[in-house]
Design a protein around this ligand. Structure first.
Ligand SMILES: Nc1ncnc2c1ncn2[C@@H]1O[C@H](COP(=O)(O)OP(=O)(O)OP(=O)(O)O)[C@@H](O)[C@H]1O
Ligand SMILES: O=c1[nH]c(=O)c2[nH+]cn([C@@H]3O[C@H](COP(=O)(O)O)[C@@H](O)[C@H]3O)c2[nH]1
Ligand SMILES: NC(=O)CC[C@H](N)C(=O)O
Ligand SMILES: [Mg+2]
Length: 529
C-alpha cells in the first residue's frame, strides 16, 4: 500500500470500494467523495485483511457481471461482516452480501435493465431522509440485473421491492449493514446520492471531512514532515496536475522548491513559451527549463510500440531530472522529486494488485527501476475534478485550473508509428489548427480533451489541385469526460468540424484526409496509444 494511502487512511474516515468488475466502481468512489468522504478502490481479489489494511469505516461492494449462485463466481468472505466495519452492497455486491449472510439469491426470469420503478415499503434508515409520499411510494431507479434477492438474511429489514426484485433494498442498522439492488451512483436514480449519504453518514457514521481545504492542510503538513529542510525538484509540465502539485509543495516549503520543465521536443506549438511565461508569472516559482529534444528523439528513433515509447520517455524524464539536479544542486543535493500523478494514472497503470495494466503512464508504470529520488506525489489519491478544486483553493488562476489535460509523453503517443522531427512538425501544425478553431468557437469548456492524432504509417489517395495525392490521415478525437476513466466522443457542431478539416487539408500539405473518432471509452481509450 502506498504511503499516501496510509496517511489518508489515518487522517480521514476511509471507504473501500470493492470492485467486482463493475462498470461503475470509479463512479461509486467519486460519489462517496462527493459526499466528502475519502474512498479508495480495491479489486475483488483483495482479501479481508487487505481491505482492513486501509482501516476503513465502511466497505462498499460494487456491481459486477457474474451470477453469485453460479459456481466459481467471485464471493465475499463472510468474515468481513464480523470485522466491525459498515458494509453496503450494490447490485452484485448486494446479492453477494445476501448470499454470504444466508439469504436466498436466484435468477428471476425477469431481467430489469435501465429505468425501473422501485416501491419503498419501509423508510428504514436508508430512505428516512427521502421525501417519499407515504408507504408504498415509488421512485425511479436505474437497474441492471437478471438475478435477485428472494429472501433477505435473518434480522434484516426489507425496505423495497420491484417487479423483478422481491427484495430491492435491505438494512440491519445495528450491524451497520445495508444494500440495494439498484445503482444509487448513477444520476438516473432518483435520490441516489441521498441514499448513499444515508448509508455513509447515518449507518456507517463517516465524517464529511474530505474537502479541498482539508486536503490542502493535510498535504502541506505531510510534505513538511517528510521533506524537512531538504530541497525538492518538481516536474512541471504546464498541465493542471503538476501546477497544483507544485503550488502545494511551494506552500509547504517555499524556496526549497525548484521546478523543472522538460522540453522534450514532443510538445505542442507554443507550449514551452507558455509555461515559462504564465506559470512563473502566477506563482513566482524558481523554474529551470531543460531543452533535451535531441536526447528524446534519439532514443525514440524507429520505435513504434506504444508501451516501449512510454517506457523510454519515462526513463528519459528521470535522466533529465537527474542531470538537472547535478546542474543546480548545492552540496546538500536534491533527494525529492514531486510529480502531479493522479489516482486514474495509478489505477490505469495496474499498480493496485489485480488491476489490469491498460497503459503504463510514463510517470507511474514507465519509471525506471533505478530511480534515485524519493517521490512526492500529493495528488496520487485524487481525481481530476478534486485536483481542480484544490488548485482553486490554492488561488491558481482559472485558465490554469481549467486547462485541458495533455499527456506527459506528448505528441509521441499521438503519432501512430515511429516518431521523428518531420512527423512531429506535421502533427504540430494540425493540432494548432484544431485547438485554435475550438477556442475560437467558444466550445473549449464543453470538451474535456481534444487529441489530434497522425496515422503516420497509413496513406490514402486524395485529389488536390487536380492532382493525385498520397497523404496521411489526421484523426480528431474530441471527448467529454468527468475524470478520464470513462469518456464519450464530443458532439461538436458540423460547421466547426468542417472548418478544422478544411484548414488542416489546405494548410498541412502532407495531410489529405481528416477523420472523426466516434468511439466512447470504453471500449477505446482517449489517446490512440
Ligand atoms: N514536459 C514536462 N516537463 C516536466 N515534467 C513533466 C512534463 N510532462 C509531464 N511531466 C510530469 O509528469 C506528470 C504527469 O503528466 P500529466 O500530463 O499526466 O499531468 P500534468 O501535465 O501535470 O497535468 P495535465 O493532466 O493537466 O496535463 C506531470 O504532473 C509532471 O510531473
Ligand atoms: O501524463 C500522462 N502520461 C501518460 O503516459 C499518459 N497516457 C495517457 N494520459 C492521459 O490520461 C488520460 C486517460 O488517457 P487514456 O484514456 O488514453 O488512457 C488522458 O487525459 C490522457 O491524455 C497520460 N498522461
Ligand atoms: N449489474 C450487476 O451487478 C449484475 C449482477 C448480476 N450479474 C445480475 O444479473 O443480477
Ligand atoms: Mg500534462
Amino acid at each position: 500500500m502506498s504511503q499516501t494511502v496510509q496517511q489518508n487512511a489515518e487522517a480521514h474516515d476511509t471507504v473501500v470500494v470493492v470492485d467486482f468488475g463493475a462498470q461503475y466502481a470509479q463512479l461509486i468512489a467519486r460519489r462517496v467523495r462527493e459526499a466528502n468522504v475519502f474512498s479508495v478502490i480495491v479489486p475483488h481479489t483483495a482479501s479481508v485483511e487487505q481491505i482492513l489494511e486501509h482501516k476503513p469505516r465502511a466497505v462498499i461492494l460494487s456491481g459486477g457481471p457474474s451470477s453469485v449462485h453460479v459456481e466459481g463466481a467471485p464471493q465475499i468472505d463472510a468474515a468481513l461482516f464480523d470485522a466491525d466495519v459498515a458494509v453496503f452492497g450494490i447490485c452484485y455486491g448486494f446479492q453477494a452480501m445476501a448470499q454470504a449472510l444466508g439469504g436466498h439469491v436466484a435468477a428471476t426470469g425477469q431481467r430489469e435493465y435501465g429505468r425501473t420503478a422501485t416501491r419503498a415499503t419501509e423508510p428504514g434508515t436508508l430512505f428516512s431522509g427521502l421525501d417519499l409520499p407515504g408507504a408504498h411510494a415509488e421512485f425511479r431507479t436505474w437497474m441492471s440485473h437478471g438475478d435477485a434477492v428472494h429472501a433477505a438474511p435473518e434480522g434484516f429489514t426489507t425496505l423495497a421491492s420491484t417487479d423483478g426484485a422481491p427484495v430491492a433494498a435491505f438494512e440491519h442498522p445495528e450491524r451497520r449493514l445495508a444494500g440495494v439492488q439498484f445503482h444509487p451512483e448513477v444520476l438516473h436514480t432518483e435520490h441516489g446520492q441521498r441514499i448513499l449519504e444515508a448509508f455513509l453518514h447515518d449507518i456507517a457514521g463517516c465524517r464529511a471531512d474530505w474537502t479541498p481545504a482539508n486536503i490542502v492542510a493535510d498535504s502541506v503538513a505531510s510534505i513538511r514532515k517528510e521533506v524537512g529542510d531538504s530541497r525538492v525538484l518538481c516536474a512541471l509540465s504546464g498541465g493542471v496536475d503538476s501546477a497544483v502539485a507544485a503550488a502545494l509543495v511551494q506552500r509547504a516549503i517555499g524556496d526549497q522548491l525548484t521546478c523543472v520543465f522538460v522540453d522534450h521536443g514532443l510538445l505542442r506549438e507554443g507550449e514551452a513559451e507558455q509555461v515559462e511565461r504564465d506559470y512563473v508569472a502566477a506563482t513566482g516559482v524558481d523554474l529551470v527549463v531543460a531543452s533535451v529534444a535531441d536526447q528524446f528523439l534519439g532514443h525514440l528513433a524507429g520505435v513504434t510500440d506504444p508501451e516501449q515509447k512510454r517506457k523510454i520517455i519515462g526513463r528519459e524524464f528521470i535522466r533529465t531530472f537527474e542531470a538537472t539536479t547535478r546542474q543546480i544542486a548545492d552540496d546538500r543535493g536534491i533527494d525529492f522529486l514531486a510529480q502531479g500523478t493522479l489516482y486514474p494514472d495509478v489505477v490505469e497503470s495496474g499498480v493496485g494488485e489485480g488491476a489490469a495494466n491498460i497503459k503504463s503512464h510514463h510517470n507511474v508504470g514507465g519509471l525506471p527501476d533505478d530511480l534515485q529520488f524519493k517521490l512526492i506525489e500529493p495528488l496520487r489519491t485524487l481525481f481530476k475534478d478534486e485536483v481542480r478544486a484544490v488548485g482553486r483553493e490554492l488561488g491558481l488562476p482559472e485558465e490554469m485550473v481549467n486547462r485541458h489535460p495533455f499527456p506527459g509523453p506528448g505528441l509521441a503517443i499521438r503519432i501512430v508509428g515511429a516518431v521523428d522531427a518531420e512527423r512531429l512538425a506535421i502533427l504540430r501544425r494540425a493540432d494548432a489548427i484544431a485547438r485554435h478553431e475550438l477556442a475560437a468557437s467558444g466550445l473549449d469548456g464543453e470538451v474535456w480533451q481534444f487529441p489530434v492524432v497522425l496515422l503516420a504509417d497509413v496513406r490514402s489517395v486524395g485529389v488536390q489541385g487536380d492532382g493525385r495525392t498520397y497523404g496521411h490521415p489526421i484523426v480528431l478525437r474530441p471527448v467529454t469526460s468527468e475524470d478520464a476513466m470513462t469518456a464519450d466522443w464530443s458532439r461538436l457542431p458540423f460547421d466547426l468540424l468542417e472548418r478544422i478539416s478544411t484548414r488542416i487539408t489546405n494548410e498541412v500539405p502532407e495531410v489529405n484526409r481528416v477523420v472523426l473518432d466516434v468511439t466512447s471509452k470504453p471500449p477505446g481509450t482517449i489517446e490512440w496509444e
